[in-house]
Ligand binder design. Structure first.
Ligand SMILES: NC(=O)c1ccc[n+]([C@@H]2O[C@H](COP(=O)([O-])OP(=O)(O)OC[C@H]3O[C@@H](n4cnc5c(N)ncnc54)[C@H](OP(=O)(O)O)[C@@H]3O)[C@@H](O)[C@H]2O)c1
Length: 300
């Protein structure tokens, strides 16, 4: 997300906070519950924070959850003509979804992302997605983390086979543990360079990172909740090994089209995975009509 998109999402959030001066009239402060209970109005703020995802894993286990915003025609990103890079479509970004993104981040011990994100960040083509509550509107989440005994900011996992990770882009993670997972063909010189920059490298036995191995390492390191914010390939990595527990999916009620795009999942996952709807909310805000859904994945 570039700066323009960042300000776009921020302005929607400010609009939401002020509950006035919105392009389509005053913002509605609540969302309508459709499942499991229908017809109940719930405040948007706190909708996901109350889930206590950091306390859901049994002792010695880890809860892994992902989150996407998609258009009604299934697009989570579009490829930009001029650069060939992909980005979250401007037409679906909005501050109400971003509030929930932040609430999910607030409940994580560690965030899982891809090397691609850091490559885009280094080119100035990505918003800083990793810190919780840097803007005043999310300051409550920092206080919440402290009161829950969580570290000020979640640690960060980066998944990469190429290890093409601009070292300078890691500076945004100052003070946080950086764990880089890679396949067995990793170039030693790149491993050394990233370790010298303060990252911890985990070289897998297989040619690429497996979801099962990633989860095992994170459990051994004592993590209890992991928030996956990467795209369809990292998602596949987790789902193929059935280690993803929850999917949060915002569906913005817009058709956007576009030829080059990503959906929430890419590649083979070894057969269909049953998804159990846990909650569904309708956000009727005139500027941001969307569904907020939470699914549990069938395990095993
Ligand atoms: N709308 C939304 O909610 C949403 C959310 C997330 C992302 N997105 C968008 O989706 C697009 C793609 O995102 P992304 O590139 O982060 O996602 P991705 O397709 O999941 O990840 C791509 C990179 O991750 C590494 N990777 C993935 N699986 C791996 C494995 N098993 N082993 C080793 N490395 C692995 C590879 O890095 P190397 O090339 O370094 O080997 C790969 O190039 C972007 O435009 C992003 O903005 C949208």
């Amino acid at each position: 997300m570039n700066n323009l998109l960042y300000y776009y999402s921020l302005s929607f959030y400010v609009c939401f906070i002020l509950s006035s001066n919105c392009p389509d009239g005053p913002a509605i402060m609540t969302v309508l519950s459709l499942f499991p209970t229908g017809g109940e109005e719930r405040p948007l703020e706190g909708l996901y924070l109350g889930l206590n995802l950091h306390r859901q894993a049994e002792d010695g286990d880890l809860l892994i959850y992902s989150n996407y915003i998609s258009s009604l025609d299934g697009r989570i990103s579009l490829t930009l003509d001029h650069s060939g890079e992909s980005q979250v479509p401007e037409a679906i970004i909005n501050g109400r979804d971003w509030r929930l993104y932040q609430e999910l981040a607030a409940q994580s011990d560690v965030m899982i992302t891809s090397a691609r994100y850091f490559r885009q960040l280094a080119k100035g083509q990505a918003q800083d997605l990793l810190p919780v509550g840097q803007e005043p509107a999310y300051a409550d989440l920092n206080g919440w983390r402290e009161s829950e005994g969580l570290k000020a900011q979640p640690d960060v996992v980066i998944i990469s086979n190429s290890l093409d990770i601009p070292v300078g882009s890691l500076a945004v993670l100052k003070g946080r543990r950086i764990l880089i997972f890679t396949g067995k063909h990793a170039e030693a010189s790149k491993v050394d360079r990233l370790e010298a920059a303060g990252a911890e490298l985990f070289v897998m036995d297989g040619p690429e990172v497996s979801g099962a191995a990633l989860k095992a390492v994170l459990i051994a390191l004592g993590y209890r909740s992991a928030y996956m914010i990467a795209g369809p390939l990292v998602h596949r990595t987790l789902i193929a090994d059935r280690v993803l527990n929850l999917l949060f999916l915002t569906t913005r009620l817009r058709l956007i089209g576009g030829a080059g795009f990503d959906t929430i999942l890419g590649g083979d996952i070894g057969g269909a995975v049953e998804m159990h709807l846990r909650s569904l909310y309708l956000d009727r805000n005139a500027s941001n009509a969307q569904f907020f859904a939470q699914y549990a994945l069938q395990q095993g």
